[in-house]
Design a protein around this ligand. Structure first.
Ligand SMILES: Cc1cc2nc3c(=O)[nH]c(=O)nc-3n(C[C@H](O)[C@H](O)[C@H](O)COP(=O)(O)OP(=O)(O)OC[C@H]3O[C@@H](n4cnc5c(N)ncnc54)[C@H](O)[C@@H]3O)c2cc1C
Length: 518
């Protein structure tokens, strides 16, 4: 199973100790088949693909797993409907196929089926728009069928009456409501958890996964790796180097030209919308293809998003939403609600940058979400664009390219059949014990829930926050969290609401200090 014969052979545990030992091992023998730069969904996917093919792989991430765009998504595992609307049938089908892979084989524990409801309200839909939405949903069903995803998993579109619509989304405007159109798509419990599961599975197959390590002076066959904790560096040589740094790709390889686009979400309490169990989909006035979504989330919140704004200039570590974006989101969603949300309802807000390939003029909303694998004159192989849903296919294409260009000794790709840590069928997965395990813990950890619980107690880390102390322990002892920030902002998503982070911080700090040496 593994190319790593060291003390961590065959284990998916990522710890500070493992990081130290594996960095020392790289310093002693600084050569691998494939160096992957970037620990977002794309880089973690590439590392898993390559390690599972038997290659010697090192993945370096300058900050933390899922530090970049991969934690700021809408967490939808798309069937590609949006791309169908603009005639990009290939991209749409690829999305539908990859959605099926995630939901049936690789990560069904992290992806659930989410009903998406378009209310039939006077003034909300333009004349003829309901027919367009219906036609789109029917096309989505056809895509799902062609991808072989069962209807039991993603039920076909249907029209429901007003009473049922208000059961699914209690806050939807009742006056004039003539029912709703409902379609289903996939939703991740948490995008960062997918990245962590990928990185851990890659480590289990022998990849060396190093956070707080930045790649500098990158060429097609080498890079200087700088340890962010000690300042020490080493030069690693590699059969091939894959640049999977998303919006930072042009910093690693100046031949890459991107046009980042900012997408913003805000968070409100689920109670403010009557605890919806479906996503509310509201058309953006003046557009036939853009919608604002109110998406139920874990930890008792609803995320309302999203925007698509040109974001030129230097790439910030953490992009911030603008006031105008928040107003736009509230105004758009309020058109479909009985009681308007106000700024006082906003508990948090976040923004991410889409790594779109620069194709010249036009709006960023019109730029293709198709991914690209590019070899630069320096020999660096960059994989960029795309989306979370299609990370596996992006990884396969990137590794295929590296293997072809550099003659690497790799087997064929088989990640479409490879369950991630926590998925049913993964060798360490166990059914969750009956009773006593919070459902939210099972939703986040799947078949690893029993192991997580054994790491610590089931009591919450702070009153009213639906994250157990056990998950904080596990983040440090198994998931590579190196400090409190990793735990609050990426292993859990407590940090999305600053007040929650403040309440949980002392408890998390205490556990991190206790566990760091384990
Ligand atoms: C607002 C928004 C909503 C979205 N919603 C969805 C959705 O619902 N569904 C979907 O499928 N897709 C969605 N996407 C798209 C998806 O989130 C991205 O395509 C994907 O996360 C990009 O991942 P990545 O790994 O390529 O980049 P990133 O996640 O940004 O990872 C790049 C990593 O590289 C690291 N790095 C940078 N430079 C270096 C260096 N020199 N050395 C080492 N490491 C380095 C960074 O720290 C970072 O962690 C959305 C995107 C946005 C912006």
């Amino acid at each position: 199973m593994t190319t790593n014969a060291g003390p961590f052979a065959g284990t998916s545990r990522l710890t500070a100790r493992r990081r130290e030992v594996e960095l020392d091992a790289l310093a002693a023998a600084p050569s691998v088949d494939l160096l992957v730069i970037g620990g977002g969904v794309t880089g973690a996917g590439v590392a898993l693909d390559a390690a599972a093919r038997g290659l010697r792989v090192a993945l370096v991430e300058a900050r933390d797993l899922a530090f970049g765009t991969s934690r700021w998504s809408s967490k939808l595992v798309h069937g590609g409907l949006r791309y169908l609307a603009s005639g990009r049938i290939g991209v749409a089908r690829e999305s539908a196929v990859e959605r099926g892979v995630l939901m049936t084989r690789t990560a069904p524990h992290l992806v659930r089926s989410l009903p998406q409801l378009v209310p039939l309200l006077p003034g909300l839909l333009r004349p003829g728009q309901a027919s367009l939405v219906r036609a789109g949903f029917l096309a989505g069903d056809a895509l799902r069928l062609s991808a072989g995803t069962p209807g039991a998993l993603l039920p076909r579109m249907r029209r429901i009456d007003a009473a049922r619509a208000r059961q699914l989304v209690p806050a939807v405007r009742a006056e004039g409501l003539a029912g709703a159109l409902v379609a289903h798509d996939g939703q991740l419990v948490d995008d960062a958890r997918l990245v962590v599961a990928l990185a851990r599975t890659a480590a289990q197959y022998g990849a060396t996964v190093l956070t707080r390590v930045r790649a500098e002076e990158v060429t097609g066959t080498s890079a200087r790796l700088v340890d962010g904790l000690t300042g020490q560096s080493l030069v690693l040589t590699a059969g091939a180097v894959v640049n999977a740094t998303g919006v930072w790709a042009g910093e690693v390889d100046p031949s890459i030209r991107l046009r980042p686009s900012r997408g913003t979400h805000l968070l409100v309490d689920a109670a403010a919308l009557g605890h919806p169990v479906a996503a509310l989909t509201v058309p953006v006035p003046g557009s036939t293809s853009r919608f604002v979504f109110a998406l139920p989330q874990q930890l008792g919140r609803v995320a309302i998003g999203l925007t698509d704004e040109d974001a030129p200039g230097p790439i910030p570590d953490e992009p911030r939403p603008t006031e105008a974006e928040l107003d736009f989101l509230l105004d758009t969603v309020n058109a479909a609600l009985t009681t308007a949300l106000t700024r006082a309802d906003v508990r948090g807000a976040y923004a991410g940058l889409r790594p779109l390939i620069d194709t010249g003029g036009g709006s960023t909303a019109d730029i293709s979400r198709q991914h690209a694998v590019l070899e630069s004159p320096s020999g660096v192989i960059t994989v960029v664009g795309g989306k979370l849903t299609t990370y596996r296919r992006m990884a396969e294409d990137a590794v295929d390219t590296a293997v072809r260009l550099r003659g690497l000794p790799a087997r064929a790709c088989w990640t479409a059949r490879l369950p991630l840590v926590g998925a049913p069928g993964h060798r360490d997965s166990r059914p969750a014990p009956a009773g006593g395990v919070p459902a939210s813990l099972v939703a986040r950890h799947g078949g690893a829930a029993r192991e997580v619980l054994a790491a610590g107690g089931a009591e919450p880390i702070a009153e009213g926050i639906d994250v157990t102390r056990a998950e904080i322990v596990y983040a440090v002892t198994h998931e590579g969290a190196l400090d409190t920030s990793d735990v609050l902002h990426r292993r859990t998503r407590i940090g999305l609401v600053a007040q929650d982070a403040d309440r949980a911080r002392a408890g998390v700090e205490e556990i991190v200090a206790q566990c760091r040496t384990r």
